[in-house]
Design a protein around this ligand. Structure first.
Ligand SMILES: *Cc1c(COP(=O)(O)O)cnc(C)c1O
Length: 377
């Protein structure tokens, strides 16, 4: 069976974890944490980077930093992972779901302005598959109405919008190092802060509502409870694991892009014939090869394709279920929007195996299987 995902280990993870253990400093914000954070700040230009225990946690920090109050509105695409909305719901926000574009699953910036009300506090663009949303448009609208932008960049490591790193454009951004992402630490995440106003408070939220970070830097002579917060920071053992991955970022990205291109070339003909649709990368965006997906013509065809692949030893999966149609949202909201593009992706998009160690022979097998499946259809 060709699995859908296989976490890649560079070989150095256990070594660095052992090193972390040997220094006797196992809690968070030690040398490996600082090395990882500096890596992100230097390479991508975030004003401040803080490792978190997950992207969901980083998004929760964003929700607290945004000072969202009960009844405030947050605009989130419906075609995304639960956390993009959940982090703000926990602060009492009302989620206003936005539709995707027809050309790709990202939030439709053209339709954004119509969703804004005096209570809108935050827009959460999700860079689906690591492909940038139209950030100039989104930032222009946000600035016009004095709204914060939190990039859900969970899938978007090392990807760019008009040459600018994703996660560096919104006021705040959140990344994931979950084992299904390009760079992993099992569970893990990153908060990127681009608006300096949030730096001091983010460190306090991160360290259980205390100003311990300032104390360790020698900026204050005692530390204590100064704000809300949680234990958002990971241990040094996790940071050590992540460091091994970051050292290999370029190698990982290069191989993933090779696989992505093999898939894309393999389905060109099906795309030209209108049998499937291939991912569309807008001119302003790069491709970080986080995932490879194809879009089928119907739910029924997708179901048959996934079944056919499974019978032939390949695990392909679909996602997401539209959040505006979820049990949780329907239970708590009466006005359910109509978001046809989102529903269409939920019905027809299928993700193919995509991981560093996927062999060329396996990619060819999958390409051939899918071409065979559609033969004569
Ligand atoms: C993976 C993912 C998340 C959640 O990341 P965790 O690190 O598992 O919390 C959030 N949003 C999107 C778009 C994701 O793909």
């Amino acid at each position: 069976m060709i699995p859908f995902n296989k976490p890649y280990l560079t070989g150095k993870e256990a070594h660095y974890m052992y090193q972390a253990v040997n220094t006797g400093k196992l809690s968070g914000n030690g040398d490996f944490t600082k090395k990882c954070q500096k890596f992100f700040e230097d390479k991508y230009g975030y004003k401040k980077a803080l490792l978190t225990t997950s992207c969901t946690d980083a998004l929760e920090m964003c929700a607290i930093l945004s000072n969202v109050q009960p009844g405030d509105e947050v605009i989130v695409p419906s075609y995304t992972f639960v956390s993009s909305a959940l982090a703000f719901v926990r602060q009492g926000a009302k989620i206003v779901f936005a539709d995707s574009m027809a050309s790709n699953p990202n939030i439709d910036a053209e339709k954004l302005e119509a969703l804004i009300t005096p209570r809108t506090k935050v827009i959460v663009p999700v860079h689906y598959a690591g492909v940038a949303c139209d950030m100039d448009r989104i930032m222009a609208i946000a600035n016009k109405y004095n709204i914060l932008v939190v990039e859900d960049a969970a899938q978007a490591i090392d990807s760019y919008y008009k040459g600018r790193p994703l996660g560096s454009i919104g006021h705040l951004a959140a990344f994931s190092f979950h084992e299904t992402k390009n760079i992993i630490s099992g569970e893990g995440g990153l908060l990127a802060i681009n608006d300096e106003r949030f730096i001091r408070r983010s460190e306090i939220l991160w360290e259980k509502g205390t100003n311990r970070s300032e104390f360790f830097r020698g900026e204050v002579n005692k530390y204590g409870w100064v704000d809300t917060g949680s234990s958002f920071l990971p241990s040094e053992i996790i940071a050590a694991f992540l460091w091994a991955q970051l050292e290999n970022l370029d190698i990982i990205q290069k191989r993933r892009k090779e696989i992505w291109n093999m898939y894309n070339d393999g389905f060109k003909e099906l795309d030209v014939k209108g049998i499937v649709r291939l991912p569309e990368i807008p001119i302003y965006a790069t491709n970080n090869a986080h995932m490879f997906y194809i879009i089928c013509r119907s739910l029924q065809e997708r179901t048959e394709l996934i079944k056919y692949l499974k019978v032939n030893g390949v695990l392909a999966v679909f996602h997401y279920l539209s959040l505006h149609l979820s049990d949780y949202y329907k239970k708590n909201n009466i006005d359910i929007p109509y978001l046809p593009q989102c529903d269409n992706y939920a019905d027809t998009l299928v993700r193919l195996p995509m991981y560093f160690e996927l062999q060329n022979t396996e990619v060819i097998k999958i390409v051939n299987l899918i071409n065979n499946f559609f033969d004569g259809k």
